[in-house]
Design a protein around this ligand. Structure first.
Ligand code: 8OZ
Length: 372
């Protein structure tokens, strides 16, 4: 029986445990730059003996066009690469590992965040029924997303190139790898799902066509930095950010088949509704996670299998017993910098404070106490 506290080789990374810090948007990167406060926050969670075996950063924009929220970081400019160096150095000084999550929000954005105040971009000109976070007088406020414009097919290679450049930048910034954010109703997920993709070209219609953009991005990132430093996050049935598809099973089994041959480090799967019920389903049938994984393995996929959503120690042990390799913890890592140690001891656990999740300073960010 594997325990959470055992090491695991994940692509190019030798992890000291199977405990992963999930990507968590915190809106504390003014100017889209990483900073000393962020370095402190990640450092507090980086020592594998007390914190995470692997940290996945907060979602990080690959371009200005890919920005959808106030004060989230980017990784497209040299200044951003330099700013992330203090974070990767801090994590490595603790003996930790860290990958950056590469993000393009697509239609989940607001004109005030877009280049020239333009419309956000999407597979189709369909407004997402969801909110984004803007800072109004320094206070985080949820506002409706803006109406997007449909991307011209001639624009897609440029976005793929932005992902590729962001992956190269990630390596230059000292990251151990990247996790491509293909979950939660953002750009790649918008292409995947029938509810947000009504294109009539090679990127819409059939499951094969809707998965083409994901495949273009993954192939480009793998070509740039290697499969053993590349991973992906998927959320097959989440309703987050108005992500809708009537038939997620064939869609995601097809995606799994595309990912198999890429030699990825890991596949990160959000079960059920992101941040909500694990048993949430979309479509007429219950999503068959073992069949999804089997489709990946049948296509030659050997990457580690990472699960996320609402895990505690006993549920994580069940997941490992059933063949998962890694378990990602989100909100517990917000409130417990030494979550790894607390899991080993069986608690106690600090309670996360929702009021300080998005935006603000040290309060609710770097001031949660570790066990003495
Ligand atoms: C919460 C708030 C803003 C963004 C995601 C990147 O859902 C996010 C996110 C979560 O993946």
């Amino acid at each position: 029986m594997t325990s959470l506290f055992e090491p695991c080789q994940v692509g190019a990374m030798a992890l000291a445990s199977r405990i992963v810090m999930a990507p968590l948007t915190r809106n504390r990167a003014p100017g889209a730059l990483a900073n000393a406060r962020m370095a402190t926050y990640y450092r507090q969670r980086a020592n594998p003996a007390t914190g995470a075996g692997l940290i996945v950063t907060e979602a990080t924009a690959i371009s200005q066009q890919g920005q959808g929220y106030a004060d989230v970081p980017g990784i497209w400019s040299e200044a951003q690469v330099a700013s992330w160096k203090q974070v990767t150095d801090a994590v490595h000084a603790e003996g930790g590992k860290i990958v950056v999550q590469l993000w393009h929000v697509g239609r989940v954005s607001h004109t005030s965040l877009q280049p020239g105040g333009g419309a956000p971009v999407a597979p189709s000109a369909l407004t997402a029924k969801t909110k984004t976070v803007l800072l109004v007088d320094g206070q985080a406020q949820f506002v409706d997303t803006s109406a997007p414009r449909a991307l011209d097919i001639g624009e897609l290679p440029g976005i793929v190139a932005d992902y590729r450049q962001a992956a190269a930048n990630a390596v230059a910034a000292g990251f151990d790898g990247v996790e491509v954010h293909a979950a939660n109703g953002y750009l790649i997920d918008q292409f995947l799902r029938s509810g947000s993709n009504q294109r009539t070209d090679a990127y819409g219609g059939s499951v094969e066509n809707r998965a083409r953009f994901l495949n273009d991005v993954m192939t480009a990132v793998v070509a740039e930095i290697g499969g053993d430093r590349t991973s992906i996050r998927l959320s097959p049935v989440t309703p987050a950010n108005d992500a809708i598809d009537e038939q997620p099973q064939p869609l995601f089994e097809h995606v799994a088949g595309l990912l198999g041959p890429l030699g990825l480090a890991y596949v990160h799967v959000i079960e059920g509704s992101t941040g909500g019920p694990r048993d949430h389903q979309q479509g007429p049938l219950a999503f068959d996670y073992p069949a999804f994984r089997k489709a990946y393995a049948l296509a030659g996929g050997k990457g580690a299998w990472m699960l996320n959503n609402g895990y505690d120690l006993s549920l994580a042990q069940v997941a490992l017993d059933q063949g998962a390799d890694l378990v990602a913890f989100g909100r517990p890592f917000i409130a417990n910098p030494d979550l790894g140690l607390r899991l080993r001891k069986g608690g106690p656990f600090n309670t996360p404070d929702r009021k300080t999740f998005y935006g603000g300073g040290d309060a609710g960010y770097t001031d949660y106490p570790a066990l003495s």
